[in-house]
Design a protein around this ligand. Structure first.
Ligand code: FDA
Length: 368
């Protein structure tokens, strides 16, 4: 069959593009180098539990159009993300709110909590913060910083907070209401039955063929010659043979285990905010869907320094990497038959709703 497009990557970006192109009568080949579709939103049914294989994925958006769009592919539940923090066995509510302040200091009213934070900020006496540690203390004071920010951030970045630049934390959201809902967005939930069904539906058209275990780079020249247009959602630096050097990322290692008990931690997400515990959080997947299965599956998340060949999770958007990206982008602009998209093609951290918006934007430009 003659195809109009090759889509490299069956993640949310590539799948939306393929779905929309097929709706417009185009023929599309989708390839993915993994042995499953869906990219990082992939969920796998184990013991009747939808396991988020690449970290917790909670859908949230303020955009009604995007919410309606994704709801065409699955029914969403009413899950509200309310993670908790475990600091050396002490439990605190997140994000920082009146419950957290009560647990920390016993304060009851917003006025009490506000004066407590103001006292700590002024006692720290930091004028112009020189690093992340000073920045965080100047925003929320010493207690919150030491118990809930320091260890977690240092594990995430693999460096001491006093050695990290201040700009990484621009603001630390603090709420003076008893509200444990992590996101401020109007719409939030988890697809009942997982995310994989969403991607399967997107790719179900007769005009779309999917091939797994196919890496573009195993046959790059042939692919480039055969397909009139390519939507590429892989790493942009790899597309150009790392001509300007590698873009950097932070990576993660996931360690999952099935436990012969119904309930391990009573919440989907528990962050470990001390420096000594080597992982940053434990996910208990069944709680995303209020599961009552006899077993449970938990995943520990270990942040890692990224090296070539590791899964690139979070782009490190500092000045050096952004400048490299800009140069790669210029090269891409000279190749009108290649359309770049997604978190790796655009070297940008995207939440799911943002990936949907970016993919629909490309669709609009392409089929204007
Ligand atoms: P994605 O990476 O999903 O897809 C790219 C695909 O291309 C992959 O399947 C890959 O195998 C394939 N590919 C790459 N190179 C290739 C090649 N050379 N040949 C063939 N195939 C190739 N968002 C949110 O809204 N709420 C949340 O709670 C979370 N949580 C979260 C946790 C963690 C740990 C991470 C890292 C990310 C999140 N996200 C999130 C973000 C979410 O994962 C993200 O928005 C989407 O998965 C991005 O979809 P893409 O299609 O851009 O990339």
């Amino acid at each position: 069959m003659k195809y109009d497009y090759l889509v490299v990557g069956s993640g949310l970006f590539g799948s939306i593009f393929a779905y929309e192109a097929a709706k417009r009568g185009r023929r599309i080949k989708v390839i993915d180098k993994r042995d499953h579709l869906g990219g990082n939103v992939y969920t796998k049914n184990i013991e009747g539990i939808q396991v988020h294989q690449y970290g917790a994925h909670i859908f949230h958006t303020n955009n009604k159009g995007i919410w309606d769009y994704i709801n065409e592919f699955a029914e969403f539940n009413r899950y509200t993300n309310s993670p908790i923090a475990n600091y050396k066995g002490e439990i605190y509510s997140l994000p920082f709110n009146m419950n957290t302040f009560n647990q920390l200091w016993g304060t009851i009213t917003p006025d009490e909590a506000q004066s407590r934070i103001a006292e700590q900020r002024s006692a720290a006496g930091i004028g112009d913060p020189n690093n992340l540690e000073e920045q965080a203390i100047s925003l929320v004071g010493l207690d919150i910083y030491e118990k809930l920010v320091k260890g977690y951030t240092e594990k995430q970045w693999g460096r001491k907070a006093a050695e990290l630049p201040a700009f990484i934390i621009k603001r630390i959201p603090v709420r003076f209401t008893y509200d444990n809902n992590y996101f401020n967005d109007r719409y939030q939930g988890i697809p009942i039955g997982g995310y994989t069904q969403i991607i399967e539906k997107m790719l179900s058209s007769e005009l779309i063929d999917l091939e797994l275990n196919q890496d573009l780079f195993a046959n790059k020249a042939a692919y480039l010659e055969e397909y009139p247009k390519i939507v590429y959602t892989g790493m942009i630096d790899q597309l150009f043979d790392y001509r300007y050097g590698e873009l950097e990322y932070r990576s993660l290692r996931f360690e999952s285990v099935t436990l012969d008990r119904q309930n391990y931690q009573g919440n989907a997400v528990v962050n470990y905010t001390d420096a000594e515990t080597p992982y940053t959080r434990i996910i208990e997947h069944k709680h995303f869907e209020f599961g009552e299965q006899p077993k449970t599956i938990i995943t520990k998340e270990y942040p890692q320094t990224w090296k070539k060949g590791d899964e690139p999770y979070y782009p490190l958007n500092d000045d050096g990497n952004n400048e490299k990206y800009r140069k790669y982008r210029e090269l891409a602009e000279q190749m009108p038959n290649i359309l770049l998209g997604g978190r790796l093609g655009m070297y940008k951290y995207f939440d799911m709703h943002q990936v949907i918006a970016a993919a629909l934007c490309l669709v609009q430009e392409e089929f204007r």
